[in-house]
Write a protein that binds this ligand. Structure first.
Ligand code: ADP
Ligand code: MN
Length: 251
C-alpha cells in the first residue's frame, strides 16, 4: 500500500515534469493520462530516459526525439487516442489475421494500430528492408531507432536533392518487392515516407501497412507503385508505375 502510494506520487511528479516541459506544449493536449502512464512505463522499463523536442506533429501521431537510458538516440511516436480519422484507421486493420476480432472503438483501434506498426517494422526488417529498428511498444506509444542524430533527424526524400535517381529507384523497388514477398503492402509509400540518412534509404510510417489478406491490398500496392515511380520519373529515372508493379508481383 505504501509502495503503491509512493508509485502514485512518483507518477504524478513525472507527469507534471512532462507537462511543464516547454517542448511538450506543442502537443496541444494530445496526451491523456493513460498516455502519460504509458510513457512513464517506458521510462521505468529503461527504454526512454530524457525527452528531446518534437520531430513532427501529425494528424495521427507526434514523433519526438529522446534518449534511452544509455544516452543513445531513439524516436518516440505517440499516437493520438482521439485520432479524428479512426474510422479510416479501422479500415486498414480489416482482414489482418494478427488483429482478428478486436473491438471497433476508437481506443481499441488506435492501440492495435500502434502494435501493428511495431510488428510491421519487425516483419519488414526480417524481410531485409531498411526500417527503423523497433524497440518497444506500450499502449499508444512506439519507441524505435532514431534515423539521424539527436537534434538533427534525417530528412525525407522529398527534402533532398537526389544525386542518383536510378540507383535510389532500384533500392526502393527492391524494398517494395521484399515487403510484398513477406506479405506486406506499405499503403502510404512515397517520397514523404522514405528517410535519407548516411547514404541509405529508410522506409518509415508502416502503421497502415496491410497484409495481402486485406481486400484492398492490390489497390494500395498499385497506388504505392504509382507514387514511387512518378516521383523517380520526375527525378529523371526511367520509371513507370506499371513496370514497377509487374516487377514487384512477378515471382
Ligand atoms: P505521420 O506521417 O503519420 O505523421 P511518420 O511515421 O511518417 O508519421 O513520422 C512523421 C515524421 O517524423 C517523418 O516524416 C519523419 O520526418 C519523422 N520520423 C518518423 N520516424 C522517424 C525515425 N525513426 N527517425 C527519424 N525521423 C523519424
Ligand atoms: Mn509519414
Amino acid at each position: 500500500d505504501r509502495i503503491a502510494r509512493r508509485q502514485d506520487r512518483e507518477f504524478a511528479e513525472f507527469r507534471k515534469r512532462l507537462k511543464d516541459n516547454e517542448r511538450f506544449k506543442l502537443d496541444d493536449g494530445a496526451f491523456d493520462d493513460a498516455t502519460y502512464a504509458a510513457i512513464y512505463k517506458l521510462v521505468e522499463d529503461g527504454y526512454v530516459g530524457a525527452f528531446g523536442g518534437p520531430i513532427s506533429t501529425g494528424k495521427e501521431a507526434n514523433v519526438y526525439e529522446a534518449l534511452d537510458h544509455d544516452g543513445g538516440d531513439v524516436a518516440v511516436k505517440v499516437y493520438r487516442i482521439n485520432a479524428s480519422n479512426f474510422k479510416q484507421m479501422r479500415g486498414y486493420l480489416e482482414g489482418d489475421p494478427r488483429f482478428e476480432g478486436i473491438r471497433g472503438d476508437k481506443k481499441a483501434v488506435v492501440l492495435s494500430w500502434t502494435r501493428k506498426e511495431f510488428s510491421n517494422l519487425q516483419r519488414a526488417r526480417e524481410a531485409g528492408v531498411r526500417v527503423p529498428e523497433p524497440i518497444a511498444v506500450q499502449r499508444n506509444v512506439l519507441v524505435m531507432e532514431l534515423i539521424g542524430q539527436e537534434g538533427d533527424a534525417a530528412p525525407t526524400l522529398n527534402d533532398v536533392d537526389v544525386d542518383n535517381p536510378e540507383t535510389a529507384y532500384e533500392v526502393v523497388r527492391e524494398y517494395i518487392r521484399r515487403l510484398y514477398d513477406a506479405g506486406l503492402v506499405h499503403g502510404d509509400l512515397s517520397e514523404y515516407n522514405l528517410v535519407v540518412y548516411d547514404g541509405e534509404l529508410v522506409v518509415i510510417d508502416v502503421g497502415q501497412a496491410v497484409t495481402i489478406h486485406h481486400n484492398k491490398h492490390d489497390e494500395y500496392l498499385r497506388r504505392d507503385c504509382r507514387n514511387v515511380a512518378n516521383f523517380f520519373a520526375r527525378q529523371g529515372a526511367d520509371a513507370d508505375p506499371e513496370s514497377l508493379y509487374d516487377y514487384v508481383v512477378e515471382n
